[in-house]
Design a protein around this ligand. Structure first.
Ligand code: CA
Length: 231
């Protein structure tokens, strides 16, 4: 049985989420502050975390950042403000998904299930490995546990999807992927968007890691086909 941690200070919302998840056979633990939630996440093993953003003691941003230093389990962040979603993206905290309140509990359950099965698939394929798992290629270092990227030792801030795309390419070097394949791989649970999204993300990644975009060291364009990570 999968074990879910809900970190939410509004007890009626927490209770509703808990009820729905328990009806779907999940084991659920609720913490009402950021600090107790973080302590619980660090001392017990969970399969997924539902994390509210505005929390007493320690906010959701900080809780997410600290959990990501040691764990790569799925984290779904929830917020009452749409603006916060942009902030979550911008900070590259490594949250896997975001939901804006109010949302239907059944949608939460659907997303929890989707993230758990995706994560299990990644673990099964060996893509997700142990703690402090890093990928290093020449001057590029990807710290998968903390979800941080460094070029020649200097940290570059990545959004969740940029990070996922770069990591996927770097872990499958010398393989040419079409935009369609990359879109399916990285955006597989989202219904909106198209392959142009891939082009935009590749461009943003290159701005962060390449010295010269016309002669990329890492991500090469294979004209008419797609992209390849060079080794
Ligand atoms: Ca709250």
């Amino acid at each position: 049985m999968s074990k879910i941690l809900i970190i939410e200070d509004e007890t009626d919302i927490a209770d509703l989420e808990k009820d729905y998840l328990e009806l779907s056979d999940f084991e659920v633990v609720v913490c009402n502050t950021g600090l107790t939630g973080l302590q619980r996440a660090q001392s017990e093993s969970f399969d997924l975390i539902v994390l509210d953003l505005m929390l007493p003691e320690l906010d959701g941003f900080e809780v997410c950042r600290q959990i990501r230093q040691s764990q790569n389990i799925p984290i779904i962040m929830v917020s009452a403000k749409k603006d916060d979603i942009d902030k979550i993206h911008g900070l590259g905290l490594g949250a896997d998904d975001y939901m804006t309140k109010p949302f239907s509990p059944s949608e939460l359950v659907a997303r929890v299930k989707a993230h758990l099965s995706r994560y299990e698939r990644l673990v099964g394929s060996g893509v997700v490995k142990s703690e402090n798992d890093t990928v290093e290629i020449r001057g590029l270092r990807i710290d998968k546990t903390a979800r941080r990227v460094f070029i020649e030792g200097e940290e570059k801030i990545f959004t969740t999807k940029e990070f996922d795309l770069l990591t996927f390419l770097a872990e499958n070097p010398n393989h040419v992927f079409t935009k369609e394949e990359l879109f399916r791989e990285i955006w597989d649970m989202e219904s909106i968007g198209d392959i142009a999204t891939v082009t935009v993300h590749i461009k943003k990644i290159r701005e962060k890691i390449e010295k010269d975009n016309s002669k990329p060291d890492y991500i090469e364009t294979i004209w008419g086909v797609g992209y390849r990570f060079k080794v």
